[in-house]
Design a protein around this ligand. Structure first.
Ligand code: CTP
Length: 403
């Protein structure tokens, strides 16, 4: 999955011959899973039609302050467009538009949107070789760079003038990978390894029966997704679950029992930076699993259980610099029990969910949690989707790590 998936990309097109390549650029953004809107300077419509771009982007194309096709003259809000965008990509970016961007010029919708946008701005210059090298252009690049705008450098090759040199807009594929790499490099968990446990465990009674619990694995899978979206390399060790996940940064390791989970977790813990143990691990397992199916010969059946190893506590006992997070599912004396677990298992953070809260805990898509950190600071959250809880958790971890 591309890092651009789900992002709102606003593509700004200015009047350079390379504008004809923006049809491919829109296609590539859409293919990567992004939502695309296009804003054009009026002159760029001589190089590519708004119809092509609106068909490919599946959105209206904007180029003037007022919607020309509407008798009731609707104002196209540059503020809304700027706020909608997670990324603003200006390609091709002509010397004229770049110079106006550097100097606060705003005589068209694209430029006013640029001035209103709060998101990262990428620009891919396209111009003749002498223009590209001109002192004033180099100065413009410097100014835009000082504003935090990111240049996708032009390449060398044959130019529209027939001359050969630097100034050709980077190819659409290269613009997309440039932006993807740039985003990945800047993600706050880039280079960090996150170990996550999820789901229930199944403890065999005989070849066809087990002791399990109602954990769906949703919370752990959302945490894995949120971690990967922040650039982390994720090892997701999960008990039996119906959850599915596909992400280039997530390696899924399926396990069945608490003992399998213990072994896999210990393979990866040493090299991890963060470990988040959200699995609902069975606390007890049958002392002996019968090798044959148990027949119903007797009126009662007694199965002797023994404790499983506490994976979280075992990590707390050996941790060096790892940031260790546990979960606590409680029904009574919630805060006291969670604080006790935090201390006893040597954690940096514990996520408490109470079975007394409706919409919290197993199976549901929502959760209501309280974070308690190692200084016993308590943060209470409202009922949220598990995806939002995962983001809150990652933000809290980042805050603690960077404190
Ligand atoms: N956990 C674990 N290994 C176990 C049991 C629990 O890693 N064998 C982890 C869970 O993933 C969770 C945390 O420990 O992060 C809390 O689990 P919980 O069952 O609520 O707490 P326990 O320590 O088992 O205490 P109790 O059952 O007495 O409440």
């Amino acid at each position: 999955m591309s890092i651009l998936s789900g992002k709102n990309i606003l593509l700004g097109i200015t009047a350079g011959i390379a504008a004809y390549k923006t049809a491919s650029l829109v296609r590539l953004f859409v293919k990567s899973g992004a939502h695309v809107k296009v804003v054009m300077t009026p002159a760029s419509k001589d190089f590519i039609t708004p119809l092509t771009l609106s068909t490919l982007s599946k959105n209206p194309v904007y180029s003037s302050f007022v919607n020309e096709d509407d008798d009731n003259a609707v104002w196209n809000s540059h503020v809304d467009l700027g706020l909608w965008a997670d990324l603003f990509v200006i390609a091709p970016a002509t010397a004229n538009t770049l110079s106006k961007m550097a100097n606060g010029g705003c005589d068209n919708l694209l430029l006013t949107t640029y001035l209103s946008a709060k998101c990262p701005v990428y620009f891919a210059p396209a111009m003749d070789l002498d223009m590209y090298k001109h002192q004033s252009t180099l100065h413009t690049f410097k100014v835009l760079n000082s504003y935090g705008n990111i240049m996708v450098p032009a390449t060398s090759g044959e130019l529209a003038s027939g001359l050969v040199g630097e100034g050709r807009m980077a190819e659409p594929e290269d613009i997309v990978s440039f932006i993807e790499n740039d985003i990945l490099q800047k993600l706050p968990l880039k280079g960090k390894k996150v170990l996550i446990t999820a789901g229930p465990t199944h403890e065999a009674i005989d070849p066809v029966r087990f002791i399990g619990n109602h954990s769906s694995g949703k919370m752990g899978f959302e945490i894995a997704k949120a971690s990967a979206n922040l650039g982390a390399e994720v090892i997701l060790i999960t008990g039996p679950t119906h959850q599915k996940i596909q992400h280039s940064l997530i390696q899924v390791i399926p396990v069945i029992s608490a003992s399998d989970m213990y072994n896999e977790v210990h393979k990866y813990f040493e090299n991890s930076d963060i470990a988040i143990l959200s699995a609902a691990v069975a606390d007890y397992k049958p002392k002996e699993a019968a090798s044959q199916k148990i027949k119903k010969n007797e009126t009662t059946l007694t199965i002797e259980l023994e404790k499983t190893k506490d994976i979280l506590a075992s990590l707390g006992a050996i941790k060096k610099n790892q940031f260790l997070v546990g979960f606590a599912l409680e029904t009574n004396d919630e805060l006291e029990n969670a604080k006790d677990k935090l201390k006893r298992k040597n954690l940096n953070l514990i996520v408490l969910n109470s079975l007394n809260d409706t919409g919290a805990g197993f199976k549901s898509d929502t959760n209501k949690v309280t974070f308690i950190d190692d200084e016993y600071t308590v943060t209470v959250f409202q009922l949220k989707s598990k995806a939002d809880v995962a983001n809150d958790l990652l933000n809290k971890i980042l805050e603690q790590i960077n404190a």
